[in-house]
Design a protein around this ligand. Sequence first.
Ligand code: ZN
Length: 402
Amino acid sequence: MHTQTRGDSLRSIYTYPWDLFDTGVSNFVDEALALNLNGVTLATSYHAGKFLRPQARQGAVVFPEDGVVYFEPDAGGYEEVRPLAHSNPVLRKGLDAVLADGRLSVHGWTVLLHNSRLGAMFPQYTCQNAFDESYVYSLCPMQPAVMAYAVNLCRDLGAQYPLASLVLETPGWLPFAHGYHHEFAQVKSNVWLDGLLGTCFCPACLHAFRLGGLDAGAIKTWTAARIRQYFAACDETGADQAAAWISADLLQDEAWRAVQQIRQQRVTELVQAIRQAVPARTQLTVIPTVQRPTAMCWQEGSDLAALAQVADRLEIPFYEPSAARVVADAMHCLTRVAPEKVRAILRPGTPDLGDGRELGEALQGLAQQGVTEFAFYNYGLLGTRRLQALGQQLAHFHGVRS
Ligand SMILES: [Zn+2]
């Protein structure tokens, strides 16, 4: 059983299994409690990367295996697309270890559709742009086999582990700009162009657009033509221009708006199916975006209000460089979602709220808007000084004696 009690609102720390075991489970929990944290949000399914680990006991840099899960998946619980387990059995025991320790509430951080390993194995299920080019890093949620994979993965985790919550990341389409190493471009990107390049026209999406009464072929042609026009005329544009073009296109073009709504409905449907597959003892939270600001999340198929209806909470990464921007982003989210449906993720270090005072102001600003649950990113990536500043701000914030 975890120790979080009513009135003791959640303060969880995002953590990778390799950092958990490097510190040692018991040491890690001691340290988290000393920092006034009361939960751990442990990766259960994660992608590749290159991580600098300032406080690691062993080594300093890790390149984790791509697209694997950090638990023992139930072999009988999947259909065509099934998860790949990490090759090191020790790293598959993190959830068991923190649950057995029992002093922190345990949250399963589960990356769903950003998975290049599965994308390479199942290219027919990846996103395809308006030129029929596949994005290996992004499985398309419109594909029934992909939806089955996501639901089965969450059912498996929910059945095996008494998690306080299951935290879903990338339940929809990845933005164009996120996710591949060695990206090259000598045309300056912008949110308008990324939106066009990131819209999927795979057979399942074209089929969904047709079911929605749209001329799917014409929308695909329109999208490709816009991209070509941009390349022919521009090398770069201002962020203000790109943002205005997005609103103008959505207002002017009913079919383009309908495409976005069909995509949002699909992601909502996927999250709803996951809620039904996971035991009621486990809350379901959704990270609606990997972009800034949160209001751009519709490009990934996230509809904040609809997701808050089908999930228990939204877990919103307020990754901003100042407390004022955190508060402003939250204000806009809270025009769509009640504050008790929001768990805030803050990054108490470079490139965000590095200064402890800014972190304290962000916590206060969110609390003043009614947000009571917090998570912090990320144990292994933060230096010791930043972790200590986090602990001090939490002590101050909650009146906990440190
Ligand atoms: Zn698609």
